[in-house]
Design a protein. Structure first.
Ligand SMILES: Nc1ncnc2c1ncn2[C@@H]1O[C@H](COP(=O)(O)OP(=O)(O)OP(=O)(O)O)[C@@H](O)[C@H]1O
Length: 248
């Protein structure tokens, strides 16, 4: 396996406070990596830097060997890096299929966008199948449930044929059933993509995570198999709390 994502020495400060403090992270091609850490650990800032939304004061982010730091967001998308936000960004007035078609066009050259919508139908069909939304293809996105919207947003990323997906708390606010379906969806997505997931939900991690990276104060505190990381006394102290309440 080779590294899909190599983050080295990332530093970001807000008002003199370090949000990322010399962060290093390597994610291999085809990995499903979970990122956890207490509030303010730097997880969202890391995703913001990888996707070109925030510029670090120093450090490097290489994806597939290309340096991403300094590129604008749309260039990062075109290189195959897709992200979701905590609130799903879908077009409510458009149908599920139209949302996917639009997303599939994002990486296409502008001049072909209107000319060749059919060329994108294979990606749209695959995204509908993977997300389980085929039966809702003609439904307006505005009427979808919270979970279905999140799946549509993941589908929209898939339709862009990304090499790397960055998902920010995909199961936040979901019902038990929806969390389970999302876990299965992530496993299916990870079979064909490199996936990094920021997630707080411990039960979800226990069921679906393999390798977990714990961030704390803008650095990597621990990295390893989910059970080892959860049992680590330092992790329990800083992340799970002395009572271990969120671990059980
Ligand atoms: N735009 C901003 N302006 C000022 N400070 C910021 C900004 N974004 C993040 N921070 C600060 O940077 C630090 C890291 O925040 P970040 O949101 O990356 O943490 P996180 O690990 O994602 O936390 P959470 O789990 O609460 O989402 C925090 O101290 C936060 O207050």
């Amino acid at each position: 396996m080779s590294a899909a994502l190599e983050v080295r020495g990332l530093r970001v400060g807000f008002d003199g406070h370090p949000a990322l403090d010399g962060l290093d992270l390597t994610v291999e091609e085809g990995e499903l990596r979970f990122l956890i850490g207490p509030n303010g650990a730097g997880k969202t800032t890391l995703i913001d830097v990888i996707t070109g939304l925030t510029r670090p004061s120093s450090g490097s982010v290489r994806f597939g060997g290309r340096e991403l730091v300094g590129l604008p967001e749309h260039r990062v998308v075109r290189l195959g890096v897709g992200r979701t936000f905590q609130t799903a960004a879908v077009f409510e007035e458009l149908t599920v299929r139209e949302n996917l078609e639009l997303a599939a066009g994002f990486r296409a050259p502008l001049r072909t966008l209107l000319r060749r919508p059919r060329g994108r139908s294979a990606e749209v069909g695959r995204a509908l199948a993977t997300t389980g939304l085929a039966a809702l293809a003609g439904r307006r996105a505005g009427v979808l449930s919270h979970g279905q919207r999140q799946w549509l947003e993941i589908g929209m990323l898939l339709a862009q044929r990304p090499g790397l997906l960055l998902l920010d708390e995909p199961v936040a606010g979901m019902s038990r059933d929806e969390r389970e379906r999302t876990g299965e969806l992530l496993a299916a997505v990870a079979a064909e993509h490199t996936v990094v997931v920021v997630e707080h939900d411990m039960e979800f991690l226990r069921r679906y995570a393999r390798t977990v990276t714990v961030l704390h104060q803008g650095k990597v505190l621990r990295e390893g198999a989910v059970d080892e990381v959860r049992a680590d006394p330092v992790v329990r102290e800083v992340y799970l709390g002395r009572s271990g309440g969120r671990a059980d």
